[in-house]
Design a protein around this ligand. Structure first.
Ligand code: TEU
Ligand code: CA
Length: 550
């Protein structure tokens, strides 16, 4: 595979609203990130992915953009942004922005024009349809509940919004829209930005027949009717040709519906589309037919299968991204491991996984200190529009949302959006004022300051493993093969090239497991307990990385 910087990088994702508040108004901001650049650098991070900081009315925390060339006033100014970018580059890191162009805000000037009249020059920037039988044009549902169509009185037509009513979908069939998007991308590249994470890019090409949803399972509707539309690859190739290919940047497309079947179409090295995608195969394992708030159990074997199948599919042909959490999902340690007695060991085990797989690792803010899910007592404490819509829907169905709050505890997006726990000061050192969302009460126990002082902390283990990946390039480019696939507690895999071979053994359980693979000549290089031995009697959530000598 071609060698390039973004394959060798470790990415750190910042959700700015929850990262660090520099002016004590309770909301994280750009200067808050500037203040922490040395901290991020100290982790060994190469690339920062910054979630949206553009002007936005914040219906979906910045994923509803009102001006693609301006900064959200709560976050600061363009001068703050320029300072941030310079500070990142000065430290030899790169900055990737979020590109949210499946939809804009309904407060974007384009939409304000578009809704005025049927012959407005911006009408075709969005997707408008007449109603049918006194209702919406079809039965499509939005990701966050309710119809995906909103009636607008000015012209008595409906507009499509796959997310909230304040996130109207852009009409990519219109070449003017595509040219606008290319201009936006170019604007940020000209400023020196190093790439884009592309929000729900899998959804931009619509199936023009707008046929009714047939499956009661939303995940199937996404895959068959919303995602991977007929012109998606034409659009991405055009974007690549017009702008992406002219800069030394990285791209990672996010996408519900990007399954194994479609992955390579987006990232194949011969495709000239995107560098990487975030697929959701492991992120949807614990979701039942009713979606995220209908959680179901899953097994380690299924989890391993996802990674195995994707690695095999991309092998030699395209590059993967390795992530276990982001701002849309629960905390990785609570979800894929355990946040009980073994929370620290488990966080370190997941760090070991992230840094030893093939593909670019993405670390979500706070995971480097082992932050865990939060269980707010009251529905009033929740802020995320998806969770709030879920509560509203329950109420509309005659139920008491409070009786279902455990689903928000387990699956809600706010789990990942509580403020970063910098210290045991009030509000976790995030802000002097009351934060926009409550701090996880465990900040007195889990915080950056105390972990800085403890050389055995999760934080220092993350640093060590990031360093470890860099010292062993075989972990970046080498082959991957999982062994003992049917083992229910242990995830073990080999990584190798012509010169080196490694074996990674991860005990995903609360039990001691006697794991005896057929491999000999093992030399222990890294481990997550304070001391360790070469044997494979794996303690709970123990992780070991060996060199395999022949
Ligand atoms: O997320 C897209 C997406 O598919 C998520 O909505 C995810 O499926 C959901 O959280 C799981 O229930 C992106 C952004 O990451 C998210 O924050 C935005 O809300 C969304 O797009 C709309 O822009
Ligand atoms: Ca602030």
């Amino acid at each position: 595979m071609k060698k390039t910087w973004w394959k060798e990088s470790v990415v750190y994702q910042i959700y700015p609203r929850s990262f660090n508040d520099s002016n004590n108004d309770g909301i994280g901001d750009i200067q808050g990130v500037v203040q922490k650049l040395d901290y991020i650098k100290s982790l060994g991070i190469d690339v920062i992915w910054l979630c949206p900081v553009y002007k936005s009315p914040n219906d979906d925390n910045g994923y509803d953009i009102a001006d693609y060339r301006d900064i959200m006033s709560e976050f600061g100014t363009m001068a703050d942004f320029d300072e941030l970018l310079a500070g990142i580059h000065k430290r030899d890191m790169k900055l990737v922005m979020d590109l949210v162009v499946n939809h804009s805000s309904d407060e974007h000037a384009w939409f304000e024009e578009s809704r005025k009249s049927k012959d407005n020059p911006y009408r075709d920037y969005y997707i408008w349809k007449p109603g049918q039988n006194g209702g919406p044009p079809n039965n499509w549902e939005a990701f966050f509940g309710g119809s995906a169509w909103q009636h607008d009185t000015a012209t008595d037509e409906y507009y499509l919004h796959l997310f909230t009513t304040k996130q109207p979908d852009l009409n990519w069939e219109n070449p003017k829209v595509r040219a606008e998007v290319n201009d936006i991308i170019k604007y940020w590249f000209d400023k020196g930005v190093d790439g884009f994470r592309m929000d729900v890019i899998s959804l931009i090409s619509k199936r023009e027949e707008y046929a009714d949803m047939v499956s009661p399972v939303f995940e199937e509707t996404i895959a068959k009717q919303y995602a991977n539309g007929p012109r998606i690859h034409e659009f991405l190739k055009e974007m690549n040709r017009e702008v992406l290919s002219k800069f030394d940047i990285m791209t990672v497309g996010e996408g519900p519906g990007i399954t194994l079947e479609h992955g390579l179409d987006y990232v194949g090295e011969d495709r000239d589309e995107l560098n990487m995608v975030f697929h959701f195969d492991h992120m949807f394992l614990d979701m039942g037919d009713g979606g995220k708030f209908d959680p179901i159990p899953y097994s380690l074997v299924e989890f391993k299968d996802v990674f195995n199948r994707w690695d095999e599919k991309l092998n030699g042909k395209g590059w993967g991204s390795i992530f276990l959490g982001n701002h849309d999902f629960p905390r990785m340690v609570s979800r894929f491991a355990t946040d009980g007695k073994y929370r620290e060991e488990a966080s370190k085990l997941l760090a070991t996984l992230l840094m030893t797989m093939r593909g670019t690792p993405y670390v979500y803010q706070g995971d480097e200190i082992g932050m865990s899910n939060v269980a707010f007592e009251s529905t009033e404490d929740y802020r995320d529009v998806e969770t709030l819509n879920y509560f509203r829907q329950l109420e509309a169905d005659g139920q008491n949302p409070q009786d279902h709050i455990h689903n928000a505890h387990q699956m809600g997006r706010d789990n990942a959006r509580t403020p970063i726990q910098w210290s045991d000061d009030s509000n976790g050192g995030f802000s002097d004022s009351e934060p926009w969302i409550k701090v996880n009460p465990n900040y007195t126990e889990i915080n950056v300051a105390s972990q800085e002082r403890d050389k055995r902390s999760v934080l220092n283990y993350f640093r060590k493993m990031i360093q470890f990946r860099k010292e062993h390039p075989t972990l970046v480019y080498g082959d991957y093969e999982s062994i003992e696939n049917d083992h229910k507690q242990v995830y073990a895999y080999r990584r190798w090239d012509e010169e080196n071979e490694y074996l990674v053994v991860l005990n995903f359980s609360d039990q001691v497991v006697d794991f005896t693979p057929i491999i000999t000549g093992l030399e222990l290089l890294a481990y997550n307990y304070d001391d360790s031995t070469e044997d494979l009697l794996m303690r709970p959530w123990e992780a070991k990385v060996f060199r395999v000598n022949d």
